[in-house]
Each structure stands twice: as C-alpha cells, then as structure tokens.
Design a protein around this ligand. Structure first.
Ligand code: TTP
Ligand code: MG
Length: 394
C-alpha cells in the first residue's frame, strides 16, 4: 500500500465556492445559476463566485462592477458571515472526528495530518473519500481534497480537480505531473512574478527544479532555494494545529491595488473577525496584534502592538487593529496589494478564568460578540461593516 510508504499522509481540504455554495444550499432557486457573493455597491468586491459564474471570468477579490459586467445574468447576494461561520464550525467538527492534527488555513480550508489513521480508518484515499462523503451527507456541500506526503503537494493537489475533486500527489505524480506545472502555482509566486520569470525562460516547476541554489538566489533572492525544493516536491513543514501555533493570521491579496483606505479597513475587519473566531474556538488569547501591508511594488511593511492584556474578543482585537491601521494610513496611505492581520504571543485561556474573573465590561463584550454574529446572520456582513466605519475615530 502506498499509504504505508510515505513518511506522512497529509490531506488539504478546501470547500468548493464556499459562500456561494451555502447560498445555493439555503436558496434552492439559486442552484445551477451564476451567483456572486459580495457587497453590491460601486466599490464592492466579490467574495466568491459560484462555479456557474466562473466560466465568465468571475472570481474572488474582483471588483463587483467588473464581475457584473462579465456576467450580467449573475444573481448578486450579500455576505452572511454568521451563517458561513456556523457551517465552518460543523466542517471543523468533522475534521476533528478524524484527527486532532488539523491546521485551519481559512474559514473553509485546512490541512489534516492523517498519518497512522489508516490503520483506524482504512487506506488514505479511502479516508479522503469518506471525508468527502461525510461533508456531502452532513453539510450538503462539496469539498475538494488533495492527498500527498506533504503540505505543499497536498495544497497543489486539492486545486487540480475542483470542484468535488480528489487528487493524489504521490511519488509517481511527483515525477509525471509536477515538472509540467506552471510556476504561477508556486506558493509565494504571483502572476506578475511568473511573468517576469517567463522573461528569464522560467516557466515550469521543472525549470525551477533544474536550477542550482545559487542560480535560484540570483533570481528570487533568499527565498530562491525554497522555491527549488518545493518545485522538486520537497516540503518539511509540519501540520500545526491552532492550539500549538505561535500565531493565527489571515491575509488577502487583492486582484487590483485597492486605492481606498475604507475598502481596506472593511477587509481587515473581516480578518479580525475570522482570527478571533479561531482564537475562541481553540481557547486561546492573543498578546499581540500584527498587521501586514504589501504595496503594488511588493514592498511589505508590518505594524505590531502588544495588548494590555491577552484577549480573544473581537472588539478588543479590532480596536487595536484599527489603531495600527489608522496610524499607518494617516502616515501616508498608498494603494494596497495585500492586507493581513495576525494574532501572536498566544496563551491558553484558563477555563477557570472564563467566568469567574470576568468583569462586567468583559461580559458585555462577550455578549456583543454573540449579538454581532446574530446581526450578521440576519442582515449580512455589510450591515455591520458600514456602521463600523461611520464610528468616530480617535
Ligand atoms: P476560497 O476557498 O479561496 O474560495 P471558494 O471556496 O469560494 O472557491 P474554491 O472552490 O475555489 O475554493 O475561499 C473561501 C471563502 O472565503 C469564499 O467562499 C469567500 C471567502 N473569500 C473572500 O471573502 N475573499 C477572497 O478574496 C477569497 C479568496 C475568499
Ligand atoms: Mg474553497
């Protein structure tokens, strides 16, 4: 059995058109139709497009106006963050039934290290097939899964046969399929870098794999040798569950540089929301908040702040994120290519600490976290986003 030959067996699970698939699930009249999820305003951005809308060129992070032009028949629906978080919570419960070695990457995506579970659950491909079936039966949604001996290959694989795919990247595929992949699929290399590489005659993983570390460094700087390893299918990174992580973060690369500070802020708010949910899910508190901002020219800056007291509350994390963001934006806003928010210096939330020593203010904030989730459920993410941005700044 090949499952036994591998040092590790890693699954990368990624839900198909997650937000849009949930909308189609909840609203049967949308099934089979092109759906765009996102805020339908002049500066709105597409969160995701259903698979029916993708042949028209619609995709995540695209300006909504562009997507509507590409696919005039698409139905636009607002974001219902609370509902997606609820489905995500159930999805991660299914993962947890399989293994405690789950590393969440986003609301609909995770690495699972299922090494050794074969004995319990059957051969690796069967483990993956069964997980897909459970997602389908329990959530009525489809997932795509990549199965490989490491994280990098598993993530590549899950994307190769979307939607509803199951792709194995084993020793045979590393020889046959990997060298032919174009390097825009390389982790950390975007489309524009890929274009620059093409000028050097570098087009495929095979091209990268054939280069010496010295040559790779010349082209890519210090990250070069890592690209070489990955291109050969080598990746030593281990699956790190949130409770063992040093930090929990979320980032977003935009399709085009975003020129409005407000638009960046609203994306940041969504990230704070996701990161704090993950903190609470893992009973962790963050001692520091870090923002990462990348400009169109790849120049990247980060801004950190230590919290007065470690926290898992959305409101507090948002206050600090906002402070960092506004301080940076006031110092001279420049169009943004990527924004990211990370929670670091993590400590475990002591269960005894949760109720007993919580002051009234703490309790109020907790109830606000719950209430906000409910409002988002009912009115969509944008309702909260707009109210938030009208609040006076310090
Ligand atoms: P993805 O897994 O990147 O996308 P997806 O699940 O919609 O589609 P795919 O089948 O290609 O995996 O992201 C998961 C959800 O996160 C997505 O449904 C909406 C949200 N999201 C945003 O809000 N903005 C973004 O730019 C991206 C990439 C995702
Ligand atoms: Mg997905």
């Amino acid at each position: 059995m090949w499952g036994m030959d591998w040092a590790r067996t890693i699954l990368h699970v990624d839900m198909d058109a997650f937000f849009a698939a949930i909308e189609q699930l909840d609203h049967p009249e949308l099934r089979g139709k092109p759906v765009l999820v996102g805020y339908d305003g002049p500066r709105g951005v597409v969160s995701t497009a259903s698979y029916e809308a993708r042949p028209f060129g619609c995709h995540s992070a695209q300006p909504m106006a562009v997507a509507k032009r590409l696919c005039p028949d698409a139905v636009v629906v607002g974001v219902r963050g609370g509902r997606y978080r609820e489905v995500s919570r159930r999805l991660f419960e299914l993962f947890a039934e399989l293994t405690p070695m789950v590393e969440p990457l986003s609301i609909d995506e995770a690495f699972l290290d299922v090494t050794g579970t074969e004995r319990l659950h059957g051969e690796a491909a069967e483990v993956a097939r069964r997980l897909k079936r459970r997602v389908h039966d329990e959530l009525r949604l489809t997932a795509s899964i990549g199965l490989a001996p490491n994280k990098f290959l598993a993530k590549l694989a899950s994307d190769m046969d979307k939607p509803d795919g199951l792709t194995v990247m084993g020793p045979r595929e590393i020889e046959t399929r990997l060298p032919g992949l174009t390097i825009d699929r390389m982790w950390g290399i975007g489309r524009s870098t890929a274009q620059r590489c093409a000028e050097y005659g570098l087009k495929t993983f095979g091209d990268l794999a054939a280069m010496s570390d010295g040559q790779l460094e010349e082209v890519f700087g210090s990250a070069g040798p890592t690209f070489g390893k990955l291109a050969r299918g080598e990746d030593e990174r281990v699956v790190t569950p949130d409770h063992a992580a040093k930090s929990i973060s979320q980032e977003q690369t935009f399709d085009r540089d975003v020129t409005e500070a407000e638009a960046v802020r609203s994306v940041l708010l969504g990230q704070v929301d996701q990161v704090s949910t993950r903190l609470r899910r893992q009973r962790l508190r963050a001692g520091t908040v870090t923002l990462k901002i990348r400009y169109g020219d790849f120049k990247t800056v980060s801004r950190s702040q230590t919290m007065d007291e470690p926290t898992d509350q959305t409101d507090r994390l948002w206050a600090v994120s906002q402070l960092l963001f506004d301080r940076w934006a006031r110092g001279g806003f420049e169009p943004v290519r990527l924004i990211g928010m990370g929670a670091g210096s993590l400590t475990a939330t002591d269960v005894g600490q949760m109720g007993l020593f919580a002051d009234a203010d703490d309790d109020r904030r907790r109830r606000v976290d719950t209430a906000v989730d409910e409002i988002k459920d009912r009115f969509g993410m944008s309702a909260i986003g707009r109210a938030e941005s009208k609040r006076p700044r310090r």
